[in-house]
Design a protein around this ligand. Structure first.
Ligand code: COA
Length: 325
């Protein structure tokens, strides 16, 4: 037995922050951002809206599509690096909102690789027979950990959520493989240093803006290209596939130049990639399920479509998955 994605859903906040708006906030230009990152605009939550609000909306859309009742759910997983609160988990808030009282719920913490980590966990629970109906959400309010005075990072991130429903299948479709990797030696390439047990909230921590994302952009870029290529290749090898067997490539949406470099190294033509970062920026754990839902709604995913997914993120973490629809 393995897991099969039966429905998708997504949600983004209505407020659009365009590159032109950033030009008025920091020293930058639409041209620079678009050329260096591929991003034109991103969505931003209003004050008081949290990751679970977006995650709940995305989950409801998926449940409606599948015709499932929230009470059918056995397991709710939320991949996020912007939880509503340190505790309880964001998954418990989604469970409460959906009134999915039968489900167990917990968060998966792997930053931008979180959705693929969650897909692996869901697949194992479903494959073992422990769970029959799983909701996996990637939900982020990245704008709440973004330093809007730091032009090197604030241009990159956006808010949103995507959800998938997973049930067991014994046919040749479904989640064919997942490969997960981490290397904590690279923890400081992308991190939020303050607000946790290492550096609890204090006036000093806030004044030093340690509760916002810090990033070594150049180094992250190089590591991202290498790890994405490597994990995509291992996914293909594990499934006896060639790059030409991939119908759709759905990568984590961090930077268009990173993806172009990866696609060139893999020999994958760009028409087969799902890229929507120009509209949403880097939505961390939400980016792959958001792009997947968009591809499903656009009719790009049909029974038998072979999808390669790949992600990298803070940790460092990196991961890939092959799904046959
Ligand atoms: N607007 C205008 N100029 C900017 C700028 C901005 N928003 N941000 C940086 N610059 C400037 C720098 O100050 C630097 O100027 P200098 O040459 O006078 O010192 C110049 O642009 C080049 O900076 P650099 O950091 O080398 O740019 P880059 O080409 O590496 O692009 C990133 C920066 C952040 C876009 C790029 O490194 C990146 O995307 N890295 C990966 C990040 C990522 O994916 N993170 C998420 C992990 S999940």
């Amino acid at each position: 037995m393995r897991g099969r994605i039966v429905a998708t859903g997504s949600a983004v906040p209505s407020r659009i922050l365009r590159n032109a708006d950033l030009e008025r906030m920091i020293s930058t230009s639409d041209e620079w951002i678009a050329e260096r990152t591929g991003i034109r605009e991103r969505r931003v939550v209003p004050q008081g809206m949290a990751s679970s609000d977006l995650g709940t909306e995305a989950a409801r859309a998926a449940l409606n599509t599948a015709g499932w009742d929230a009470l059918d759910l056995d397991l709710i997983l939320v991949a996020t690096c912007t939880p509503d609160m340190p505790l309880p988990s964001t998954a418990c808030f989604v469970q409460r909102n959906l009134k999915a009282s039968r489900a167990m719920a917990f968060d998966v913490s792997a930053a931008c690789s979180g959705f693929l980590y969650g897909l692996s966990v869901a697949n194992l629970y479903v494959g073992s027979g422990a769970c029959r109906r799983v909701l996996l959400v990637g939900a982020e309010a990245m704008s709440t950990i973004t330093d809007w005075t730091d032009r090197a990072t604030c241009i990159l991130f956006g808010d949103g959520a995507g959800a998938v429903l997973i049930e067991p299948t014994s046919d040749d479709r479904g989640i064919l493989s997942t490969h997960l990797h981490s290397d904590g030696a690279w923890w400081d390439l992308v991190c939020v240093p303050g607000g946790g047990s290492r550096m609890p909230p204090s006036d000093k921590m806030l004044a030093e803006r340690q509760h916002f994302v810090k990033m070594k952009g150049n180094e992250t870029f190089k590591v991202a290209v290498k790890t994405l290529e490597a994990t995509a290749r291992e996914a293909l090898l594990a499934n006896g596939m060639d790059i030409t067997d991939v119908d759709l490539f759905i990568p984590h949406q961090a930077n268009l130049r990173i993806l172009n470099a990866v696609m060139e190294r893999l020999g994958l033509d760009k028409e087969r990639a799902v890229i929507n970062m120009e509209k949403y920026g880097n939505t961390s754990a939400a980016s792959i399920p958001l792009a997947l839902d968009e591809a499903v709604r656009a009719g790009r995913v049909k029974p038998g479509t072979r999808i390669l997914m790949a992600a990298f993120g803070s940790g460092l973490t990196w991961a890939s998955a092959v799904v046959k629809w």
